[in-house]
Write a protein that binds this ligand. Structure first.
Ligand SMILES: C[S@@+](CC[C@H](N)C(=O)[O-])C[C@H]1O[C@@H](n2cnc3c(N)ncnc32)[C@H](O)[C@@H]1O
Length: 353
């Protein structure tokens, strides 16, 4: 499939998705839930960031049970999403709730209670950034050493941008780490989700996305072998410098392909075969690179059509970009899909009783 055809399919999908309608009952339920001072403040606060109950309690200065009750009502009315990350639960404006966005925007920023809320929110964000920076400082020398062995990241990123259209639709970044791929491609995506096992990495990613103002990008804790999404949920799926860490690369590719829509593209970026044993011993790499035919075999086995690999030699390591497409005549219109949208599916998956 050409880049142009790929871009056209994504545009069709975005157009159809915007036509989903809401009922009057849903609208009334939303208005009723929001018609209370603290709940309106919570909506306005959650429009700024994803926050835990503890953080929201600190911001609005009320007891945890009270805040939890307000949050429950807002979630039930579809105005907020509740997302579990290990033992933590994050709240954020519901993705498809235009009403929540509009109500949050109507709350006057100069209102004294909200102004104080936003001041406290900034303090919480600063504390998060300090924790993330400490983790980053600790690990950066390790990452820098590996980076020095291959071409400049900017070259790899430029090649990746060339492989994808200007509008990438729904993007999934597997093993998102500090969220660099979301920062790079988020501006081209309608929505973007990063998945990673490491809470520390996700904390850094949240701070990075917040700094860039990428509110339509989010990160979630999860395992790339068991993605909390229905089949055919994303237009683009990325595995950037992740595959060499995983024990079962073929299974990771199969799972990535499962969530790819017809007409969508998977891009794996990793190293060509090499002999740098210290990466295994000191940096927990499980695989010392991948051969082109090995990668193409896994992509074909997952029902994808591999494109010619693109190699970027440099230093001791060669970076390769392996793209593959899921064939399909047309992207499914989202309101014709029987499965829930990705963000709803994620909320459901995280919502343990
Ligand atoms: C080298 S980092 C790459 C991060 C990012 N993709 C980038 O290129 O900047 C690899 C990431 O994969 C994550 N990871 C490894 N195995 C995983 C798994 N089974 N599920 C989710 N994330 C995983 C690690 O936690 C780590 O953050």
């Amino acid at each position: 499939m050409t880049e142009k055809a790929f871009a056209t399919r994504i545009k069709i999908s975005l157009y159809v998705r915007g036509m989903a309608s809401r009922s009057i009952d849903q609208l009334l339920a939303g208005l009723r839930a929001a018609a209370e001072p603290t709940r309106l403040r919570l909506l306005a606060i959650c429009a700024q960031a994803e926050l835990t109950v503890t953080e929201l309690t600190q911001i609005v200065g009320q007891s945890q049970p009270r805040v939890s009750r307000h949050l429950k009502l807002l979630c039930e009315a579809g105005l907020l999403d509740r997302l579990r990350e290990g033992s933590w639960v994050f709240y954020r404006l519901a993705r498809d709730a235009e009403l929540a966005r509009r109500l949050a925007a109507l709350v006057p920023a100069g209102d004294p209670a909200l102004a104080l809320d936003l001041e406290r929110l900034e303090r919480i964000k600063a504390a998060r950034a300090a924790t993330a920076q400490a983790y980053f400082r600790e690990n950066a020398p390790r990452w820098d050493r590996i980076r020095s062995l291959y071409v400049d990241d900017r070259e790899v990123e430029a090649r990746l941008l060339d492989l994808l259209p200007d509008a990438v639709g729904d993007l999934l970044d597997l093993g998102t780490g500090t969220g660099r791929m979301l920062e790079l491609l988020g501006p081209r995506a309608e929505r973007a989700i990063g998945i990673d096992l490491s809470r520390e990495m996700l904390a850094v990613a949240r701070v990075n996305l917040d700094r860039r103002g990428l509110r339509h990008c989010e990160v979630r804790q999860g395992d790339i072998y068991q993605l909390p999404f229905p089949a055919a949920s994303f237009d683009v799926v990325l595995l950037h410098q992740v595959l060499h860490y995983v024990e079962r690369p073929a299974a990771a590719i199969a799972e990535a392909a499962r969530v790819l829509r017809p007409g969508g593209r998977l891009v794996v970026v990793d190293f060509a075969p090499h002999a740098l044993e210290f990466l295994r011993d000191e940096h927990k790499h499980r695989r010392l690179g991948f051969a082109d035919d090995e990668l193409a075999g896994w992509q074909r086995a997952a029902g994808l059509d591999p494109a010619p690999p693109q190699a970027l030699p440099g230093g001791a390591l060669t970076v390769v970009l392996w793209a593959a497409d899921r064939q399909g005549s047309q992207l499914l219109p989202s309101n014709d899909r029987s499965e829930p949208a990705p963000e709803r599916a994620l909320a459901l998956a995280g919502d343990t009783p």
